[in-house]
Ligand binder design. Structure first.
Ligand code: CA
Length: 218
């Protein structure tokens, strides 16, 4: 899952980026509203964490532009204490949730999981398909009741496919969820991860749709 973080405070932005990476997300961190607006135009994010007080373009304007383009990506806004008007304006402009600074990283991660879950149309906390269970909160995968250890990127590929069970994802769509901006993409990475997943789980779990991509049936 790839997350956009928009925060101009260097310390806070760094802490959010580090915390979300630790939670297994690929993170792009933008420090002003214009960069955020441009990133949202081109990159497919699973969710965005958006500070409201930003240089060049306010977070509220970033949000309004995003929603006026019809993008449904879940957005969690960050606001200062004592600014209830900002929170109201943010929610009215299309934010899905908010946190007041200072906040706990664990709570930010949990709120993002909830937002991504709801936007995917899969309200249960754990995902299940083809006899495989995946818990995004604990990063645990079980097959036939047994825990299966997966490296972070294999987990991310499986998570993306299970979140979209019944829909074909192209290799590019999966890749875009694995790497943050500027990170080097290993060639054939998705094929290799799928190969390992089939070996560790079972061969028939992930179907190859020739010329299109991969699918876990619903
Ligand atoms: Ca700020």
């Amino acid at each position: 899952m790839r997350i956009l973080v928009v925060e101009d405070d260097a310390l806070l932005g760094d802490a959010i980026q580090a915390g979300l990476k630790l939670a297994g997300y690929a993170v792009d961190w933008m420090k002003d509203g214009i960069s955020a607006d441009q990133a949202l135009l081109t990159e497919p994010y699973a969710a965005a964490v958006l500070d409201l007080g930003l240089p060049r373009l306010s977070g509220l304007e970033v949000l309004q532009r995003l929603r006026s383009r019809g993008l449904a990506i879940p957005v969690l806004i960050l606001t200062a204490r004592d600014t209830v008007e900002d929170r109201i304006r943010g929610l009215d402009a299309g934010a899905d949730d908010y946190l007041i600074k200072p906040f706990d990283m664990g709570e930010l991660s949990a709120r993002l999981r909830a937002l991504i879950r709801r936007s995917s149309g899969k309200p249960a906390a754990a995902l299940s398909a083809g006899g495989v269970e995946l818990d995004p909160a604990t990063h645990q995968v079980r097959y036939g009741g047994l825990p299966i250890e997966l490296p972070a990127r294999e987990f991310a590929v499986l998570h993306a496919l299970m979140l979209n069970a019944g829909r074909v994802l192209s290799r590019a769509q999966i890749e875009e969820q694995l790497y943050a901006w500027g990170e080097e993409i290993e060639s054939n990475a998705v094929e290799v991860h799928v190969h390992h997943l089939r070996r560790k789980l079972y061969t028939g779990l992930i179907e190859t749709i020739r010329g299109v991509g991969y699918l876990i049936p619903d």
